[in-house]
Design a protein around this ligand. Structure first.
Ligand code: SF4
Ligand code: SF4
Length: 423
């Protein structure tokens, strides 16, 4: 696609990125077929090709308008279009650039602006979000339904094994996950402990790790997101220098963002090299376990057979399958553990959670969730599993069937497997 970017952006790093991305797009429209919002609205401007045009016009100097905002806001950043695109167009990066320009040129006002400011100040701060979640859980039966759907019942994390193995990996404590579903990282720690790996969270001290930065980034606060990334790098660096093998992600939405730290901080002379190193060390937990397949298979092989049918419908989050291009790994691990995975039609489509999207675009999010749950429940599974806290809470609010993180199923399956000896 021929482009003539305007002077305000042409010679900037973002402008160079945008130009390279736009030039790759051949306007074929294959991507529209797999776009969830195009499927719902049937409008070219609610599909990737139309949005690419809107962003291109803005970067070429056209006025930033509310019409552009409506169509960019409706995009889930699910990246199904990237999976479909035969030309390798990095749509999500162009969208990030377009959204940043739009926010700068046409600041948000009114309720929408206030809601976004609240979200980006509340969600990434465990010190604020944690007590708010606890309060919500205490009064959950009294909450109105839309709010109740965002507040999962209180659960306990279970024991976190003592860190005594020579092999160590870092876990991202995150922001919302420890308050909403604290069992996920603890289950990961127990599974890795059985494989002879200690999982540690850099949660204490002045430089404790926290939110990965995705919340702020997707709410148009790129500089706030860079600060989040710098803080996490500082918190993790001593462990990394001491030989920590990987930074393990249990929320695929965080994983896809941390894997992009190198790009996010590429203009920061102090942090660029460290950000690259952190990104290179970052692994989804399914990647970590796939690399430990031999000892894991040996552990699973001695477990008693499942006595009750455990049919699992796996919802692969967009950030796992499209963002990180990890496909089939979780299903293979569940099958190796003795679970039966059920077929899920249209597995490439988003469930509607998409970070803060379900709060900002509730109508579209509910429709996508209805469709997703119908697909997941078509084969009557005992349990729905997923790999991202946001999808888990969003789906759970729409069904009476249990919705779990898959690592919790694996952890429960491995109860009785002996922990690996410590040094
Ligand atoms: S990211 Fe998802 S919603 Fe946005 S244009 Fe691509 S396919 Fe459509
Ligand atoms: S499939 Fe790729 S090349 Fe074709 S219109 Fe969509 S983004 Fe452009």
């Amino acid at each position: 696609m021929e482009t003539h970017l305007a002077d305000f952006i042409r010679h900037t790093p973002a402008g160079r990125d945008a130009e390279a991305i736009l030039r790759k797009c051949v306007h074929c429209g294959f991507c529209t077929a797999t776009c969830p919002t195009y499927q719902l609205f049937g409008d070219e401007l609610d599909g990737p090709r139309g949005r690419i045009y809107l962003i291109k016009q803005m970067l070429e100097g056209a006025e930033a308008t509310e019409r552009t905002r409506v169509h960019l806001d409706r995009c889930l950043t699910c990246r199904a279009c990237e999976t479909t695109c035969p030309s390798g167009v990095h749509y999500s990066r162009l969208l990030d650039i377009g959204r940043e320009v739009l926010e700068a040129r046409l600041p948000r006002r009114g309720v929408d602006g206030a809601l976004r400011v609240t979200l980006k100040n509340l969600l990434p701060r465990p010190a604020l979000f944690g007590p708010a979640m606890k309060l919500g859980q205490a009064f959950r039966p009294l909450l109105p339904m839309p709010l109740k759907a965002k507040v999962p019942p209180a659960t306990s994390a279970g024991a976190w094994p003592r860190a005594g193995h020579a092999r160590r990996m870092l876990a991202l404590a995150g922001c919302a996950q420890p308050s909403m579903l604290p069992g996920i990282n603890a289950a990961t720690a127990r599974v890795l402990d059985r494989l002879g790996i200690s999982l540690v969270e850099a949660r204490n001290g002045k430089n404790a790790a926290g939110c990965c930065g995705a919340v702020r980034f997707h709410l148009g606060d790129a500089e706030g997101a860079r600060d989040d990334a710098r803080r996490n790098i500082d918190a993790w660096w001593p462990e990394i220098e001491a030989g920590c093998e990987a930074v393990v992600m249990t929320a695929s939405g965080c994983g896809v963002h941390v894997k992009d730290y190198g790009h996010l901080l590429r203009e920061d002379a102090r942090y660029a090299a460290r950000a690259e190193r952190v990104a290179a060390l970052t692994r989804d937990v399914s990647e970590v376990l796939a690399a430990e397949r031999e000892p894991l298979t040996a552990l699973l092989g001695v477990l008693p057979r499942l006595t009750v049918a455990r049919r699992v419908a796996f919802h692969s989050p967009c950030t796992l399958q499209h963002g990180q291009k990890i496909r089939g790994a979780v299903e293979a691990l569940l099958q190796a553990a003795g679970f039966e995975t059920t077929p899920v039609p249209d597995g490439h489509l988003c469930c509607g959670s998409a970070g803060t999207y379900s709060i900002l675009q509730p109508g579209i999010a509910m429709e996508l969730r209805r469709n997703k749950l119908a697909a997941l429940e078509a084969d009557r599974p005992n349990v729905i599993a997923t790999a991202n806290v946001g999808c888990q809470a969003h789906l759970a609010a729409g069904t009476s069937r249990p919705v779990r993180h898959w690592i919790e199923l694996l952890d429960e399956r491995m109860i009785g497997a002996s922990p690996a000896p410590r040094r």
